[in-house]
Design a protein around this ligand. Structure first.
Ligand SMILES: [Zn+2]
Length: 222
């Protein structure tokens, strides 16, 4: 993955009812024209039939674990900024927020690119980097620094993508409320199923990710 440029609005996953304007669905995938087959709710043990390679629009199927259905179904009626909505809820595996700082908080990505994919988000609802004072910017990077350290301890990744998608044209899922992605990476984690098989295997259960990261975060005193 070289960039953070995918436009999530071009992604269609089964059973999501086009409700894609969801912060925790923000994805840092590379820029591709990718449309999933909405009519196929492929089962976990089914083998997808890849579309012709010559197809101009690549049809991508997602193999879903059953636990994901609750996340897909739970927020379809939400409106407004998902980050600001999550902030109004109590922190738990439900709202996916596991740390609140002075100016920023940390939330898991609802559809993680890899296990441990999280986002550092300022409390301020803005799409302008210039709106954020130095205090907020400093804490954002401090939280990114700790997040990388905690993710290294928990998942032992071989690398990270860290970055901002500013504006929908740059691939921001929630363009109105800027946020910084922290994505653990492993060699070959995106080069087989996505590129060749038009299929992505989803990472571990988000509830488990939440538990592992929140515990490791609190245990890290630095
Ligand atoms: Zn917001």
């Amino acid at each position: 993955m070289e960039t953070f440029g995918q436009n999530p609005c071009k992604v269609r996953r089964p059973c999501e009812n086009n409700d894609l304007n969801r912060a925790t669905r923000a994805s840092p995938l590379p820029p591709v024209t990718t449309i999933c087959r909405p009519e196929t709710g492929i089962g976990f043990n089914q083998t997808p039939s890849p579309p012709p390679i010559s197809a101009k629009i690549v049809l991508m199927q997602h193999i879903y674990s059953t636990w994901r259905s609750e996340y897909i179904g739970r927020d379809k009626h939400n409106e407004g900024c998902a980050f600001c909505l999550a902030l109004k809820e109590q922190d738990s595996p439900e709202n996916l927020i596991f740390h609140r700082g002075e100016t920023c908080f940390i939330i898991l990505n609802l559809f993680p690119y890899t296990s441990g994919h999280l986002m550092v988000v300022p409390y301020t609802h803005t799409n302008q980097l210039s709106d954020l004072p130095a205090e907020t910017l400093n804490e954002m990077m401090q939280l990114v620094q700790k997040a990388v350290r905690v993710l290294e301890e928990v998942y032992h990744p071989q690398g990270f993508n860290v970055g901002l998608n500013l504006g929908s044209a740059a691939g921001a899922g929630i363009a109105a409320h800027m946020h910084m992605h922290v994505v653990p990476r492993w060699q070959g984690d995106a080069n087989f199923m996505s590129v060749i098989g038009q299929t992505r295997v989803m990472p571990e259960d988000l509830g488990l990710t939440y538990q592992r990261l929140s515990e490791a975060w609190q245990a890290d005193s630095n």
